[in-house]
Design a protein around this ligand. Structure first.
Ligand code: HAS
Length: 550
């Protein structure tokens, strides 16, 4: 059983995550009705305020705190209890992140920061909003460095031994996070804060966006990699087998460090300030991410098939029937993975230069991120919650809660299919993202957005309502797992941290030589960014003053 202090730390992170989830999903419900012109907000609240809260609380806060809750528990399980220093710094990191989060939320709710979760300049929030964002990131760094310290202590005690796979993957996730945050930290400290507090009059908009997306794309992998950890490590355990290949799993995480950072320009393909060559180079590097993605898909199917055949499955797809569909911990994560097939394919479309011209800034992009972060990632986190919370609270996942969990996961899937399919199609029909309802003088193109089934903002509202129902059910489940379910008995499967065995006997040691991998990552970043960033600074157009248009 995990030590008491790590247990409390992990639970505190998860409590903040689900509080953010509760408020964030409520904001989502408001939005889908506003886009469909079915709801008017009181004068003190506006659409962009709600949209900012929705994006920040779900995409940034829910994910971040949940990830730390999960990683803290897993690191304690795989490397042993934390020493006093690691414990202290983890708590300090948690509180700094919390102060930043609460501060940023207060700024948004009080109407001083309706700048959406990407906080693009020249939209200008209050200076304190940016200070809070900086605190949020610094807090996560402190927690990350505390866990890196724990890992280093373990390595000192076990010289020449490869670390357990969970710890290795956690380190890869932190390497990606810390390197990628450098961009946003630079933008917030040297551009946004001086500008928002009035120390300088203008901001270099294109530079701020380039620095944001240097961070923004790896951010999506910071969400995805912990979900992948569950796919690589938890799923094999639940289907009764071991990790397909220890070295493949390690290599795929390393490739994500290399290919998820020097690619941010694929979010700026429509912007004139970056020369085509650099966009082309970064798009090429973007496509390299196909390699670790398909390695992951391959090893998961190998795990399913191996386990099915061991249980007597025959024929090409006989193993499908042998998967443990009666175990919600498995089924939830499996559905999450299936969503990643269209989600990832959409990403490839987005990153293709010409196709991006068609979908950029449309509802398509909103559909895309709801079937990437909103389902493969979020639903995996839900699936993890079903055993992680009982593991931490010493309770069990009882029969009634399991049934509720099936309804919750099923309704999330149905709601998401309706909402995101309509968003994708309406995006192709030209419906913009990030806009309040407008009928644009009844232009025929716009009237078509309210007609038909999947070509209707009404379908988005129906899907969104089902998602909200599912979210509330999840909150009920979380509360039951925290306070209501009976105490777990010894060897209770539903109160365990399931980690599959991973045979590292044939894994080459150089895979854990971080200097090599971080060195290659930095070299790629310099190649992809040094010249265009220098250009954005040296040949900058006149900066922009700030705009507060809400
Ligand atoms: Fe994305 C926009 C490109 C993946 C999240 N993306 C966004 C935004 C978010 C987001 C939040 O190139 C909006 C940002 C904003 O507010 O402006 N995305 C990609 C690419 C990938 C990708 C190339 N995105 C993700 C993931 C996200 C995420 C993952 C969250 C976790 N995305 C873009 C681009 C834009 C964008 C542009 C900007 C658009 C614009 O113009 O604004 C890749 O990672 C995709 C990898 C996928 C593949 C192939 C297909 C996948 C297969 C399935 C593998 C299945 C597995 C599971 C592993 C290489 C074949 C096994 C399955 C079983 C059933 C066992």
């Amino acid at each position: 059983m995990i030590a008491n202090s790590e247990r409390k730390l992990a639970l505190s992170n998860i409590a903040v995550a689900y509080t953010a989830f509760l408020i964030g999903t409520f904001c989502g419900l408001i939005q889908v009705f506003m886009r469909n012109d079915r709801l008017e907000l009181p004068a003190w609240l506006d659409y962009y305020q709600v949209l900012t809260a929705h994006g920040v609380l779900l995409a940034l806060v829910y994910t971040t705190f949940f990830i730390y809750g999960f990683l803290i528990t897993g690191m304690s399980k795989s490397l042993g209890s934390f020493g006093p220093k690691v414990r202290l710094w983890s708590w300090i990191g948690f509180f700094v992140t919390l102060i930043g989060t609460v501060g940023a939320t207060v700024e948004i709710i009080s109407g001083r920061a309706s700048v959406l979760y990407t906080f693009y300049a020249p939209l200008k929030a209050s200076g304190w909003f940016y200070v809070d964002l900086a605190l949020l990131i610094i807090g996560t760094w402190i927690m990350s460095f505390a866990l890196i310290g724990h890992y280093m202590q373990w390595r000192r005690k076990n010289p020449g031994v490869l670390s357990p796979l969970f710890a290795f993957m956690t380190m890869a996730t932190f390497a990606l996070w810390i390197i990628s945050c450098l961009g946003v930290v630079a933008a917030v400290l040297f551009q946004y804060i001086p500008w928002a507090f009035g120390f300088v009059d203008t901001i270099n908009v294109e530079l701020s966006r380039a620095l944001f997306w240097y961070f923004g794309h790896p951010l999506v992998y910071f969400w995805l990699l912990p979900a992948y950890m569950a796919w690589y490590l938890v799923i094999p355990k639940l289907v009764g087998t071991k990790v397909f290949s220890d070295s493949l799993a390690r290599l795929s995480f390393l490739l994500f460090i290399l290919f998820s950072i020097p690619v941010g320009f694929h979010h700026q393909l429509s912007e004139p300030g970056v020369a085509d060559f650099w966009k082309f180079l970064q798009v090429t590097l973007t496509f390299m991410v196909v390699i670790p993605t398909l390695m992951t898909a391959f090893s998961l199917f190998a795990v399913f098939e191996t386990s099915g055949r061991r249980k007597g499955a025959k024929g090409l797809f006989g193993w499908v029937g042998k998967l443990p569909w009666g175990d919600i911990r498995f089924t939830s994560i499996f559905i999450a993975m299936v969503f990643f097939i269209p989600g990832g394919a959409g990403g490839i479309i987005n990153a293709s230069f010409q196709l991006n011209e068609f979908i950029h800034n449309t509802l398509w992009v909103v559909g895309h991120f709801h079937i990437t972060v909103g389902t493969p990632v979020a639903m995996t986190f839900m699936g993890i919650s079903f055993w992680l919370i009982p593991y931490l609270t010493g309770r069990t996942l009882g029969k009634t809660t399991q049934k509720l969990a099936y309804v919750q996961i099923g309704s999330w899937a149905v709601g998401m299919i309706l909402m995101s399919t309509a968003q994708h199609i309406l995006g192709l029909m030209g419906a913009p993202r990030r806009t309040q309802y407008s009928h644009y003088n009844d232009n025929p193109t716009v009237l078509a957005w309210f007609d038909g089934f999947f070509t209707n903002t009404g379908t988005i509202a129906i899907g969104g309502t089902i998602l909200f129902f599912s979210a509330m059910l999840l909150i009920v489940i979380v509360l039951r797992l925290w306070f209501v379910e009976p105490r777990s008995l010894e060897n209770d499967l539903y109160a365990e941290f399931p980690i599959a065995e991973s045979d590292a006997s044939a894994t080459p040691k150089w895979l854990e030589n971080w200097w090599i991998w971080i060195g290659i990552a930095l070299a790629l970043i310099i190649i992809a960014y040094a010249i265009p960033i220098t250009h954005l600074i040296q040949d900058a157009p006149p900066g922009s003053k700030g705009f507060i248009n809400w």
